[in-house]
Design a protein around this ligand. Structure first.
Ligand SMILES: [Mg+2]
Length: 355
């Protein structure tokens, strides 16, 4: 069992040291987007943008269905850029509950699929707010769950001791691997970064971790902190009907945990419709505007950006997530509901009608 502990420790060290490949360079960095937005190019074709509004686009069911663009979404997004310089004309972000990959990777993928230059700053995924927990858990051992590269995501955010659930589970091949771990009193946290691809294995291992204080096989202990990137029950993919999302996995985990443990599962869900996500998106949109030379704001200084939007549009396909979130966030958010994804009604949604 000592060997297994060393295996786990090695996995953590390996990840923090070298397993995270450097993120790809975005096609352009933001200052360059705006550096080209000179009076020469703007006078020719359009008046200077007022930038009193910004846009947040959901991705699944709005821009893409699986990897296929919906309708004329690439052409529509291109209109947010200056045709001559390629600079961003209207500040916008992608605000998705999806994830599993680093923002830099996702930005490169979106750039390729859509034929535009997307900055990592413009990609706000369900797990993006996890980076705000680095100060609290930077040196704690944390377990990352989900499809894609969840451990790489957490490491890039600045967490120093990250292990994927695959690596974690591989260190517990037996049913009683516990004695050597009794002195290993590390507070842990679990981050469910994206969809689990092996529900039965992950629910089993997570229940082990959560009910023992992070030491599977030990006595009942204090539940480590548990964070979900979002709580979407379903999402629209290529299949005709919706697919189960992270919210469905959360329900399954919570149901089982609450049957085997005396205290109910304690957890925090980020992602839409959490109002924090919309506040963060507004801050990023302000940062985008402040990077613009003609904005009158200090460049690259989001903390002091005083730009105020008159309106921020949330374009989404899921009333329970996109529309509910924008409504809860309030002014200056304004919700737009598409019929290209989860919502298929002919009128407005009954419970969470779009503006
Ligand atoms: Mg969607």
């Amino acid at each position: 069992m000592r060997f297994q502990y060393r295996t786990l420790a090695k996995a953590v060290r390996r990840r923090t040291a070298s397993s995270i490949s450097p993120p790809p360079q975005p096609p352009l960095v933001l200052p360059r987007y705006f550096a080209h937005l000179s009076s020469q190019s703007t006078e020719k074709r359009r008046p200077p943008p007022r930038r009193n509004f910004g846009i947040a686009f959901d991705i699944d069911g709005v821009i893409f269905r699986s990897e296929s663009p919906i309708g004329g979404s690439p052409q529509a997004l291109k209109r947010l850029y200056d045709e001559d310089s390629g600079a961003i004309w209207i500040p916008y972000v992608f605000l998705t509950n999806g994830g599993g990959f680093r923002e830099s990777i996702r930005a490169l993928e979106l750039s390729t699929l859509l034929g535009i230059n997307v900055s990592p700053l413009q990609v706000l995924q369900g797990h993006t707010p996890f980076k705000n927990l680095v100060q609290r858990l930077e040196n704690e051992l944390v377990v990352a769950v989900g499809k894609g590269e969840p451990a790489a995501v957490m490491s890039e955010y600045g967490f120093k001791n990250v292990v994927s659930i695959d690596e974690y589970a591989s260190c517990f091949p037996g049913i009683d691997p516990l004695a050597p771990y009794k002195s290993w009193e590390v507070k842990q946290a679990v981050f469910v970064v994206s969809d689990s691809i092996d529900w039965s294995r992950d629910i089993q291992v997570l229940c082990d971790i959560l009910r023992t204080g992070g030491l599977p096989g030990m006595e009942i202990g204090h539940q480590p902190q548990l964070y979900f990137a979002h709580d979407d029950l379903a999402y629209k993919a290529a299949f005709p009907s919706e697919r189960f999302g992270l919210g469905a996995f959360r329900i399954a985990l919570e149901s089982i945990f609450n049957r085997i443990h005396h205290d109910p599962l304690s957890y925090t869900c980020y992602g839409k419709p959490n109002p924090f996500v919309f506040k963060n998106a507004e801050a990023v949109l302000k940062q985008l505007v402040s990077s613009c030379p003609d904005s009158g704001l200090a460049p690259n200084n989001a903390s002091t950006a005083v730009h105020n939007f008159e309106r921020l549009y949330m374009v989404g396909d899921n009333p329970d997530v996109d529309i509910k979130g924008a409504r809860q966030a309030g002014y200056p958010w304004f919700s737009i509901l598409t019929r290209t994804g989860v919502f298929k009604g002919t009128g407005n949604h009954d419970k969470f009608p779009a503006d």
